[in-house]
Write a protein that binds this ligand. Sequence first.
Ligand SMILES: Nc1ncnc2c1ncn2[C@@H]1O[C@H](COP(=O)(O)OP(=O)(O)OP(=O)(O)O)[C@@H](O)[C@H]1O
Length: 362
Amino acid sequence: MSLVFEAVSKSFGGEPVLRELDLTVGTGQLMTVLGPSGGGKTTMLRIAAGLESPTSGVVHLDGKPVRLGDSSVAFQDTPLYPHLSVLDNVLFPLRLKAARGKNSRYRTDRERRAAASDALEMMHIPDLGPRRINQLSGGQRQRVGIARALVRDVGLYLFDEPLAHLDQALARDIREDLRAVQREKGLTMVYVTHQVEEAFALGDTVTILNDGRLEQIGPPQELWQRPATRFVAGFLGGHSMNFVPGEDGIVRGFRPENCLLQDFAGVRTDRGNESVLRFNGTVVGSSFLGEQTLVVVDAGSGMRPLRALLPSVRFGEPVDPPAIGEKACVLVDGVNVHEFDAATGQRVLAADSRGGAIAKPQ
Ligand SMILES: Nc1ncnc2c1ncn2[C@@H]1O[C@H](COP(=O)(O)OP(=O)(O)OP(=O)(O)O)[C@@H](O)[C@H]1O
């Protein structure tokens, strides 16, 4: 089923938390929601679940106003029942629905047990059914929580950071399984996360919420290649973007990954064309990060020091980064430069739409 937010706003005690949200999650699509703490992600999810009403605007699920019970919700801290077995935990929502006499596609307890076993199978824990919750590892508990959310036969599945407490490798495995189930069954899903990598890896579309505002919604590649606002550009990426204000009222942003150092590690020095930005400065910092080395260059003129990520190994040879105090010239190809209006923060013109030729800042 498709989920549509139309001009949805929410305030608590007069304080706006969501501001005029318009967005659509298509049937069978997975939308991830990303943004800084307090940006309104959980509030948005609670409104989609019918747990909270908007102050203004409407939310529709397949064309009808959304109601409590239309969706299956798993929050980070949704507890499992410790006195029940894993299988009974997953069965719980199905039995509850049956006990309330609500219509369900599972009419007998046998059918319900089969559905719960299928859900455990989907999350790759078919053998854990008889175990007690306190006999499980953290990762297994998260899998049970997700299985319990997936077992319900509803039109919308909502997840609020279900993997937040797990180490990265384990979280990656579980989310790949969740994504496989979502794709295979064509489930409509909204998944809130703090992590850019998780949002990108899971989402057909990614929504960025900041201070209750929808900064951008689109496929991950589009957000990465064409961030709509300076906020989005700075928010995405493991290392934040460099921003250089120009006297023309435009701020130019480029990622540390896209910076090269002239005369260094095989970089050609004859690229003196207009499509390349150059900044002469002095190395003020250098940190080995494993695959890459972060070099910080102070290019003066009151701008913040620039961060460049260099490969730590090139053509099989370890690379010695320039030492602190050495002169360095940072180069950035025009196609990797994003331009934003200094006053509004909105993207003004994609450098790539001009064939990579951009003006140098002053
Ligand atoms: N029931 C409530 N009453 C009053 N204020 C609330 C309530 N729920 C949320 N808020 C406020 O709304 C704002 C947004 O909160 P929300 O939990 O939606 O953000 P979030 O993006 O999910 O944050 P986080 O990433 O930290 O979970 C916060 O300032 C929060 O204090």
